[in-house]
Write a protein that binds this ligand. Structure first.
Ligand code: ATP
Ligand code: MG
Length: 575
């Protein structure tokens, strides 16, 4: 079963990756290393390759590295200034006794200081642990405790959610704010930053040394602490070049918060390793602010998420007409399945195609994507990145032929692969039950042209009357209906059919809940997809439960439906 849509041929243009098929045939990760200084010097530090090497380059040092804005700040920093501020930040951390390998958490809203703190910690060889600002005390405690964090950089407002006295390993709490009283544990990050020396001797590390510890989104359960190493930069760089198509002169905006892996791999590492100007916007989503940001900075490459595109679409097509988005040339999406309807909508309102990309916290960087020079099949995630081998395996680990739904797996050993799940060897081993393969936990199929089609989380695949139905296809059909803004689909146990399909739906602006509408939506899916795929039950909700990274939490829908405990909700967006 698949939604029939016309493939969209490449639009043509001057792209970094010209011929996907040829390149994929001959690609070798060890060649990528030649782009970096450490290839010659043997001295590795991601922060050096991302910032310092451009700050030392006469032609690049005065280029804007970071544009930052929110409701009260509007600033920009060149590569030279980013080097200065991250050197100062490295000195602040080092003088307080933070050393290589220590875990330094960063728990603050987006601000330039967040980026200085992160880069400074990387410069001294510490492992950074980003935390989303909305985390409450329990979530902060779990993560700091699990990783035995030695330091945290936070703000006065967030400090009350850091249970310092319950965390014996936590020695230093840096506070970014005014009038901070110091006492040996609590330290004034802002004034220390101002006073710190501008010269810093970077700590050279091994490419296998820890860089970042990311806790997953918590869509399926308790978040896991995923460790990535400096060597991951090879893939951050190369996917930035070929998938994001970053080049000299680009202004790039990744809308993800650095609390999630997209906000670091593609909000910090990939753009700066490629030497492009990076836009960061603080504050929450609003269609007007987002379009204003694209216009103001003349953004050329934009990386966002399906939920954001769906919300922009729900806001209507008129609002976009008030903004000049003529500098945009490439748009990408990640985090959830990208509904074909959203791709179609993007073509219509932006005149550009939204390119899907698939990867996970654990994979560290993009693994499957639609390259700009490729024919896009809307609804498909695209093809594996050169150097990546993907496959669909059955439950015994055998490769399945095309068009059969199974476990999406990846051949072990890409540069940005996680190196461990912190303090949980068992969990880590669980990903590698079939020798040589990393099993993602996602269900997908591959078509005869080698395109991958996401079906759902393995646990979310629905068995109804003997048919396997991926929730994504039903959801995608649902959002094609003019009244439907967002949809989440689950299997509900049923004595006769095994499971029935149940949909939770939020409506677009201007639509009212009614029985007629419910039936109309049901019939729409039945006629557009298949009778057995039409939801037998539809519940309307004002909004669907989502993670703060914007993913619909089907396990919460299921728990609501079946009256089960909802499990860890620390990552749920409850605004
Ligand atoms: P947890 O592992 O804690 O349950 P999570 O899996 O949502 O949470 P992330 O690592 O942030 O945590 O998300 C990775 C998952 O997001 C993938 O396994 C996949 O299910 C989904 N995903 C990411 N990109 C895409 C995409 N382009 N299409 C479909 N699904 C995607
Ligand atoms: Mg996951």
């Amino acid at each position: 079963m698949s939604i029939e849509l016309q493939p969209l041929p490449p639009k043509g243009g001057d792209y970094n990756l010209e011929n996907y098929e040829e390149t994929a045939k001959h690609f070798d990760w060890s060649e990528v290393e030649k782009a970096f200084t450490f290839h010659k010097t043997g001295k590795v530090n991601l922060a050096y390759e991302a910032i310092d090497r451009f700050a030392e380059d006469e032609n690049k040092k005065d280029q804007i590295a970071l544009y930052y804005s929110d409701a009260s700040r509007d600033e920009s920093y060149t590569f030279a200034e980013m080097k200065k501020m991250s050197d100062k930040s490295a000195n602040v951390l080092k003088e307080a006794g933070i050393e290589k390998g220590d875990r330094v958490f960063i728990f603050m809203p987006r601000s330039p200081e967040l980026y200085f703190a992160a880069l400074g910690a990387i410069k001294i060889g510490a492992i950074i642990g980003p935390l989303f600002e909305a985390f409450m005390e329990g979530a902060v405690k779990d993560r700091l405790e699990n990783s035995e964090a030695k330091a945290i950089v936070t703000t006065p407002a967030l400090l009350e959610r850091v249970p310092v006295s319950d965390l014996p390993a936590l020695e230093k709490v840096f506070i970014q704010g005014d009038d901070v009283k110091e006492d040996g544990v609590y330290l004034d990050f802002q004034s220390r930053l101002e006073q710190a020396s501008e010269t810093h001797d970077i700590t050279w590390v091994d490419r296998e040394d820890g860089l970042i510890l990311h806790y997953t989104s918590g869509s399926t359960g308790m978040p896991k602490g995923v460790l990535h190493v400096h060597g991951a930069m090879l893939q951050h760089y190369q996917t930035g070049k070929w998938a994001l198509d970053l080049k000299e002169g680009d202004v790039y905006w990744c809308t993800a918060d650095p609390g999630w892996v997209t906000g670091t791999s593609y909000g910090i590492f990939a753009p700066w390793l490629n030497g492009v100007t990076n836009v960061v916007r603080g504050g929450r989503f609003s269609p007007e602010d987002w379009y204003a940001t694209l216009e103001k900075y003349k953004v050329s490459v934009w990386y966002s998420a399906p939920t954001a595109f769906r919300m922009l679409a729900s806001a209507g097509d008129e609002v976009v007409k008030n903004y000049d988005l003529s500098n945009l040339r490439h748009i990408l999406s990640v985090g959830e399945p990208l509904n074909p309807e959203v791709v179609r909508w993007g073509e219509q309102v932006y005149g550009l195609r939204i390119h899907d990309s698939w990867w996970m916290t654990e994979t560290g960087a993009i693994m499957i994507t639609n390259f700009p020079t490729m024919t896009v099949k809307p609804g498909s995630m695209g093809k594996p990145f050169p150097g990546i081998t993907a496959a669909i395996l059955d439950d015994q680990g055998n490769e399945l032929p095309p068009n059969r739904m199974g476990n999406l797996a990846l051949r072990e050993g890409w540069p940005s692969m996680m190196r461990s799940i912190w303090n949980n060897e068992e969990k880590y081993k669980g990903y590698f039950e079939f020798p040589g393969w990393y099993v993602s936990g996602d269900s997908a199929y591959k078509d005869e042209d080698g395109y991958y089609w996401f079906q759902g989380r393995v646990d979310d695949v629905i068995m109804t009357s003997g048919e396997r139905v991926g929730p994504f296809e039903v959801e995608s059909k649902l959002v094609e209906h003019p009244a439907v803004g967002e949809a989440g689909v689950i299997g509900k146990p049923d004595p006769v059919r095994g499971e029935i399909i149940k949909a939770f739906v939020s409506l677009r602006e201007g639509y009212e809940v009614s029985d007629e509408l419910k039936e109309d939506i049901r019939v729409f899916v039945k006629n557009g997809l298949a009778a057995h795929a039409a939801p037998r039950e539809i519940d309307f909700r004002d909004k669907l439960p989502k993670t703060r990274s914007g993913k619909i939490m089907r396990r919460v829908l299921k728990a609501w439906e079946l009256d089960l405990p909802t499990g860890d909700l620390s990552t749920m967006d409850d605004d």
